[in-house]
Design a protein around this ligand. Structure first.
Ligand code: RUQ
Ligand code: CUA
Length: 655
């Protein structure tokens, strides 16, 4: 077994060298592509025209989500999710700080991996996008009306929340699976007792069809393997969910060797409908678990964080006939289901082949008990009785697969740096195109649904090297856009991405565009500290706390002069932007404030705190160039010594 492993390693490194050399020709390949075809025309979106698709790329270690247009590759927005974000003040303003609360306290950073758009009847519907925080396990829901993070729920009993956050055909559930097995409940035990004692929790989070609100409906406590990626069954297999596993060896050290011993690991097939029925009838056990649930209320512009104290857990043996293991070669990474729901593709990352399991064969094998033993009581379906075939591509290191609308699959190969197109059902390879370099995920708009759009494919590459002008040792990752409308794929564009995009989700622009919110209506603003007109602006002292109810409109603040503030005070600036006009934010910046500035959208209220440290007269100003007289949008705060008797006073409009 060891020698087998060494053989793979050798194979991998040779291939990597070959791959790299082959690609080192720099711009040459690109020039041929661009000059040899009408590639430029295909990606050109003329000034004033719109892109055809939105693409939402995860930001990886930025913790955020970025929004691009396809085919232009133009970046429209970075949406802060699991990170404090200076550009908008998310996670800095008093209203949004609760979004980043967890059972570990305030955790203003994470590693975001897999965005997935909500679906109705197996089609992406453009209402929300979900994304996972990998490090401190969380799932976020982002509104595609406001493009703001509206909800974050922490996932207990989980670690390395990686096989997440994929949604079912009608967004009944968004799923989160643990990559690292951990003791459940967490306790002080020796790591060497891993085997048999650690568990892998798979969480099914229900989504309210109206509000989108998330709730952990149940967690399945699976054997302690590593649950790497997942995808829902769809169409005929709707009601099932599939998760790849590796480390079925349950090793706890030197995993690169010890977790590569078994020839096959598993795809876990979970009949969630069956388990849902079980818990709806009172099944499962409530166990104590602390996890935060953070919700942003659009009418108060304010988030709240609630700590939950228990979660419903289900052990596999409690629900007979709901969970099976499908043997899958060589530490599979991606777990992808074709648009019909018939085929479940395992991308064995130490393999050269892809394994296609058949849902129909799986049901038949279950019915006729074609099992090959079990793992901790979970039946293992006999390999021959569940596989439908293999894609023998000759590529190395398959990671992820997506599908088009014409019965083709597209798989990325990390080591041989390529995308391979193959036919679903016959498994023959149709085309292959190099990527530059080391491609991870790929995305076809609507890819995780019954209705993918077979026009563009975005390859998300891990290594950029010489694709762009150098920017020091660190380069942004590179995405590459392929036209997949024809028989052969055509590379038509390169564009840099921000952070490390893992997965992405794409959707026709027309499904989002007209629903996108333009302003917050002032008369709907229910923020506790809202000031709806300038004559209501005021300054209120409560002991050492001073509340400034301030308005902003082109091109002044009300009040713009405040006196009677003292060293040692805590000044709350409650800022309301009175504009009711699309795209006219105002910013607020106060010298010495440890949150530099805050951006307030039309009709919105936000609060920042300033603790004056020094006596003097200190200016503030608007940070967003909002009108010809933006530079005049400024004011002063007079700060007197502690104990001074300068009276609290402020200027109102026209006084
Ligand atoms: S992973 S490059 Cu975090 Cu989705 Cu496969
Ligand atoms: Cu308001 Cu600049």
């Amino acid at each position: 077994m060891k020698t087998m492993y060494k053989f793979y390693l050798a194979l991998l490194s040779i291939a990597f060298v070959l791959g790299s050399c082959g690609n080192n020709g720099n711009g040459n390949g690109k020039k041929q592509g661009a000059l040899g075809t009408n590639a430029a025309e295909k990606v050109y979106v003329a000034p004033g025209e719109y892109d055809e698709y939105y693409a939402f790329l995860s930001g990886g270690y930025s913790g955020n989500l970025t929004v691009y247009g396809l085919p232009s590759g133009r970046m429209f927005k970075e949406i802060p999710v699991f990170s404090q974000f200076p550009t908008s003040g998310y996670g800095y303003s008093e209203e949004t700080k609760p979004m980043l609360e967890t059972s570990y306290g305030f955790v203003p950073w994470d590693d975001s991996h897999h965005p997935d758009i909500s679906q109705t009847n197996g089609e992406v519907d453009g209402r929300w996008v979900f994304i996972n925080g990998n490090n401190t396990p969380r799932i976020a829901r982002i509104s595609l009306k406001t493009f703001e993070t509206e909800e974050i729920i922490e996932i207990p009993n989980s670690a390395g929340n990686h096989s997440s956050s994929y949604v079912t055909d009608n967004t009944e559930y968004v799923v989160a699976g643990t990559r690292f097995a951990v003791p459940v409940p967490q306790r002080d035990i020796s790591i060497s007792e891993y085997k048999g004692n650690f568990k892998g929790a798979l969480s099914f989070i229900s989504v309210d069809p109206e509000t989108g609100h998330m709730n952990i409906k149940f967690q399945i406590l699976m054997p302690g393997f590593n649950y790497d990626l997942s995808h829902p069954g769809r169409g005929k297999s709707h009601g099932w969910f599939f998760f790849t596993t590796y480390n079925s060896e349950e090793a706890n050290s030197l995993l690169e060797v010890n977790a590569s011993q078994n020839d096959k690991d598993f795809i876990a097939a979970i009949n969630w409908k069956k388990i849902e029925e079980y818990v709806n009838n009172g099944g499962g056990t409530k166990m104590p678990a602390k996890y935060a649930h953070n919700l942003y209320d659009e009418s108060t512009h304010t988030a709240t964080s609630t700590m939950n104290n228990e979660v419903l857990v289900v052990k596999p043996e409690e629900v007979k006939g709901a969970i099976y293991y499908l043997p899958t070669p060589k530490s599979p990474h991606g777990c992808d289901v074709d648009p019909t729901g018939e085929y479940i593709i395992g991308n064995g990352k130490l393999s050269t082949e892809l394994t296609a399991h058949s849902f129909t064969k799986m049901l038949d094998a279950i019915e006729n008990k074609k099992f090959d033993g079990d793992a901790y009581g979970i039946p293992i379906i006999n390999f021959e009785d569940v596989t439908a075939g293999a894609v023998k591509s000759g590529g190395l290191g398959p990671l992820h697969t997506e599908f088009d609308d014409k019965g083709n699959g597209y798989t990325t190969f990390f080591i041989s740096s390529e995308v391979v197109k193959w036919k679903v059902g016959t498994w023959e390879v149709i085309d292959r195109k190099p990527t530059y370099y080391s491609v991870g995920h790929l995305m076809i708009p609507g890819g995780n649904s019954q209705k993918p759009a077979g026009k563009y494919l975005v390859a998300m590459n891990k290594i950029t090297k010489d694709r762009y002008l150098p920017t020091g040792p660190e380069l942004e990752h590179s995405a590459q856009l392929y036209d997949i409308s024809g028989e052969k794929m055509e590379l038509i564009y390169d564009f840099p991405t921000h952070g490390e995009p893992h997965y992405a989700a794409g959707i026709l622009a027309s499904k989002i565009k007209d629903n996108s919110q333009k302003i917050y209506r002032l008369d709907d603003n229910k923020n506790k500290y809202v000031t709806t007109s300038q004559d209501q602006a005021k300054v209120v002292r409560e002991g050492n706390d001073v509340h400034v109810y301030m308005t902003m409109i082109r091109s002044h603040f009300t009040p713009d002069n405040i006196e009677g503030i003292k060293v040692g005070d805590k000044v709350y600036f409650h800022l309301t932007n009175l504009e009711q006009d699309f795209d006219v934010p105002h910013g607020f910046s106060m010298i010495g404030a440890n949150t530099s500035e805050i951006l307030v959208m039309p009709g919105q209220t936000k609060t920042i705190i300033w603790e004056p440290k020094k006596v003097g007269v200190w200016p503030f100003y608007c940070t967003d160039f909002c009108s010809a007289l933006h530079q005049e949008m400024q004011g002063y705060v007079r700060v007197s010594p502690k104990g001074s008797n300068v009276k609290l006073s402020w200027s109102l409009d026209g006084e």
